[in-house]
Design a protein around this ligand. Structure first.
Ligand code: SF4
Length: 352
């Protein structure tokens, strides 16, 4: 099991729930837009937010951002140790740096001194674009992993061990193999992600496979899905990955792929059910099946389900039919029974 590291109010590693991170894409100096985006990320469930600190103005802006942010804020710094120190003093809950980029050892020592004083952890790492040339004789995966470990050693040498590590590539297999390599060498918590994964469906698939493969083998303590565009979708995908791996509670909607036997609009109903269940984190399995021929059998393990018939649908709970409903009342009756399955008498779905 990995060590634990505290990032503000969130504990990472040591068997704690895998946390979800994202990153703002506003200009950090535009504190209002940045805070608005952080609010939206918070609403989507994000637990830690990273903000780029490319210059001193951004490090200064960080002060009001960290004061007002409902989430712990991570400062992302590339080369200048002074920005790291300023960010820590301005309330960053973690800094993402590569101390090897600072140039001189005393700059690492100075940064570490302030990080210790403020109890702020440091994430180090490597991605495919920042492989240390000292490892260029090794294969890409090993070079990537060793590049990250070299950064770890620099911090350890400076007497600092409050470390989180990431090893990211835009190749899924390189990300997985290099992260596995690091996990076998050290027990610091690991931040997972496939970097520059692209946009849309392809990025979701890459992240799901890369992050999912590692989490399935028990590796990883915090994740960030990388998608070009609105960061809110990163959080939604991250939670879907965790949910699919049973690492977070929440409803599981299973629905059939539909075929010529389909009697109801499965996709539309599944979308509605997802909306009804927004904000509910009960572990309930809901089946939406197009027909009774296969639907009843395949959905029988579900807590509640519906299967289409020629005249409407049958609603079932744990495989037992509780109501046959006419087409015009299908949604209303299913919502009624779903509420009953959830709840214990209250109308938990009414607001959704
Ligand atoms: S449950 Fe029925 S409608 Fe859905 S895919 Fe199976 S056979 Fe087709």
């Amino acid at each position: 099991m990995s060590k634990t590291v505290k990032v503000g109010t969130v504990t990472i590693g040591g068997g704690n729930p895998v946390s979800v991170q994202s990153m703002t894409n506003t200009k950090t100096v535009d504190t209002q837009s940045t805070l608005e985006q952080i609010e939206r990320l918070t609403g989507a469930g994000c637990e830690i937010v990273r903000v780029s600190v490319p210059d001193n103005e951004s490090a200064v802006a960080l002060k009001s951002i960290t004061l007002e942010s409902p989430l712990p804020v991570v400062a992302d710094i590339h080369f200048d140790y002074r920005l790291a120190i300023e960010s820590i003093r301005n309330g960053a809950a973690k800094v993402r740096i590569n101390p090897g980029n600072f140039g001189q050892e005393w700059k690492i020592v100075e940064t570490v001194k302030v990080a210790k004083e403020y109890n702020v952890p440091i994430r180090v790492g490597a991605n495919s674009g920042s492989i240390d040339q000292n490892f260029s004789h090794l294969c890409r995966v090993t070079a990537l992993a060793e590049s990250a470990l070299a950064q770890v050693r620099l911090l350890e040498k400076a007497g600092f061990e409050d470390i989180i590590i990431s090893v990211k590539a835009s190749s899924v297999s390189e990300t997985v193999e290099a992260t596995r390599y690091v996990s076998e060498k050290v027990d610091y918590p690991l931040h997972l992600g496939v970097t520059e994964a692209g946009f849309g469906l392809d990025s979701i698939v890459k992240s799901s496979i890369g992050i999912g493969a590692l989490l399935l083998s028990g590796i990883g303590d915090t994740i960030r899905v990388s998608i070009s565009g609105d960061p809110i979708q990163e959080v939604e995908v991250a939670f879907s990955i965790l949910k699919a791996l049973n690492l977070r509670p929440g409803p599981d909607i299973i629905s059939c792929p539909t075929c010529a036997r389909t009697e109801i609009n499965v996709e539309k109903l599944a979308r509605e059910v997802k909306q009804w269940l927004k904000g509910i984190d009960d572990d309930i399995t809901v089946a939406i099946m197009g027909c009774v021929v296969n639907g009843l059998g395949e959905g029988k393990e579900a807590d509640i389900g519906i299967a289409g018939t020629r005249t409407g649908g049958v609603i079932f709970m744990k495989g037992r039919i509780v109501e046959q409903t006419a087409r015009g009342e299908l949604e209303e009756r299913f919502k009624y029974w779903l509420d009953k399955a959830l709840c214990k008498g209250e109308d938990r779905l009414q607001k959704n």
